[in-house]
Design a binder for this molecule. Structure first.
Ligand code: GTP
Ligand code: MG
Length: 136
């Protein structure tokens, strides 16, 4: 059984969407293995987003992720890494497909960073690395 890291980003927590997002994950048949509410610091966020350092949205992204509590979840299931990415929808909430978390619930606020409610690990290597960071 595979595991992935799901983050409910500060926009999801502040918009009271935590229950709705976890409901969708559980309705798909995935299992909650571990859950925490975290105020992430810069060290954790710069490690998490190391691949994006230097990109134009990097600083706004870190600032956004520092702006409030995040729900970190360890989720298990068959092919859950790929499956959760599909459940989340594509990065931009404007064009994410209806039926997905970002497509149904995401808003485009016209800001310097996409506030797109959730993060999901994008490969087995990322999942192992990110789970070790958020569930040290
Ligand atoms: P995550 O699950 O959060 O990693 O999203 P993703 O894999 O769909 O996107 P990616 O890893 O490429 O980027 C990480 C985060 O940076 C995204 O979720 C957005 O919040 C933000 N981001 C990525 N690309 C852009 C972009 O082109 N413009 C803006 N404004 N924000 C972006
Ligand atoms: Mg990503």
């Amino acid at each position: 059984i595979e595991e992935t890291l799901v983050l409910i980003k500060p926009d999801g927590v502040s918009r009271n969407l935590t229950g709705e997002i976890l409901r969708r994950i559980e309705a798909k048949g995935y299992s909650l293995v571990d859950l925490r509410l975290v105020q992430a610091d810069r060290d954790l966020l710069s490690a998490h987003y190391a691949e994006h350092e230097g990109k134009p949205f990097y600083e706004p992204l870190i600032g956004f992720m520092e702006s409030g509590p995040i729900v970190a979840a360890r989720i298990a299931g068959n092919r859950v890494i790929e499956g959760f990415r599909s459940l989340a929808g594509t990065t931009d909430p404007t064009t994410a497909a209806p039926g997905t978390i970002r497509g149904d619930l995401g808003r485009d606020w016209g800001l310097a960073v996409q506030q797109n409610l959730v993060h999901g690990s994008d490969s087995p290597e990322s999942a192992a690395r990110e789970l070790a960071l958020w569930f040290a």
